[in-house]
Design a protein around this ligand. Sequence first.
Ligand code: ZN
Length: 405
Amino acid sequence: MRRVRALGQLLALIHEEGVSSRAELTARLALSRSAMGTLLAELEDLGLVQVDETSPRRRAGVGRPSHVVRIDPDGPVALAVQLQADSFLVADVGLGGSLRDLTAVPLPPEQRADVDSVLDLIIDVVVGRLRQSRRRVVGVGVAVPGLVSRYDGFVQRAVPLRWVGVPLAQRLGEGLAQQPGTAWPLVANDEDLAALAEHRHGSGRGSRYQLWLAHEHLGLGGALVIEGELYLGSAGFAMEAGHLVVNPHGRTCWCGSTGCLETEVAQIGLLRSADRDVPDVPDLAGAVDQLLADAAAGDDAAVLAVQRAGRYLGIGLGTLVNILNPDRIVVGALLARLIDFAEAVVTEHIRERSLVGAAAEVPIVAGKLERPALVGAGDLALQALLDDPAIAGRLPAARRAATPS
Ligand SMILES: [Zn+2]
C-alpha cells in the first residue's frame, strides 16, 4: 500500500511539473536514489513516463548530471468533455495537462432545448472517440456550466443549457456502457475544474489558498483551491461567487437576487451598461471584445461601462479577500482584460474594503491555460491513475491504427 502511495505521489509530481530531472524529483520526495530508480522503472514499464538516459541535463554546470523524466507521449489519456451554451468540446487530456485532438460540436438552437437529444449526441461522439482512440483511455470527465453534485454527477441547474434536474453522470454512464471497459463518467462544475487545472498546471501553481474567478460564456463563477484540494461545501455547491451581492440597487439576477457580481460584471451586464445590444451566445464574446476595444480607443460609453464593471468587481473581490484570505487570485482571460483596463478602480475598491492591509496586496494573475475547464475535466478522470498508477496496466489496449469501418 505504501508503494502504491509513493508511486502515485511521484506520478502526481511529474503530472504537475511536466518535464523534470530525476535529481529534482528525488529531492522533492526525499527518497533514496535507488528507491527513485525502482519507482521510475515501474512507471516506465506501465508506459506512463520516459527517463532519458542519453542526454543528461546539467543544472547551471554544477552538481552531477541528472536524467530527464518526462511524460510518455503514448501514455494513457482521459477523454474530456466541456458543455457550453451553444456547443460542447471534446479533447484528449494526457498526463501533464496536455490537450490534444480538440473538437467543437455545435448544438443547433432547435436541438439545445431537448435534453435527451443533446445527451444522445454527446454519447455518440464520446463512444466514437473511445472506439477510435489510439491511446489507452482512463475515463471520461465532464465540465458543466451549472450547479452539479460532485458526489453523483446530478445537475441541479445549468442556466446556459436551460437544464434543471438532469442525472447527467447516470445518463452518460448508461450510454457509455455499450463501450466495454469504460469507467463511469465523472461530472463537475466547469469553474471548479478550471480552478483545479490552473492550480496544477497554470498560474496557480505553488499557491496554498487559490481563489479563482472567471466569466466565460454567460455567467461568472468562482472556486477555491485549498492546499491542492477544491473546497466543495457539504453538497458540492460551494463558491457560487457570481451570486455575491455587490449592488443592492442593481439588476435582477436569474437566481432571484438583485445586483449579483454576475449581473453587474459579466458580459451581458457590460454590454447593457454601454447601452449596447446583447447578441445570442455565439456572437456574445465578439460583442464584448468590441466593447473592450472601443474602451481602449476612448469611446466614452464603453469606458464608463468597463469602469463600472471594474468598481463592482473590486467590491466583490474585496469581500471575498476578507472572507477567504487567499494568497493568490487567478482570473480567467476576459476578467484579466477587464482588470488590465480598470486596474486602478479594481484595486482601489479591494483596498477600501480590506480589513487587513496585507490582504489588499494579494496578487491577481491571469490564468495561463487556454481551455482550463476542459483540462480540469481531464484531470478529474486522470485522478484514478494518480491514485493508483498500476491501473494503467489494466486499461483496454489502444487501437494501434485506425480500423476502417
Ligand atoms: Zn444571482
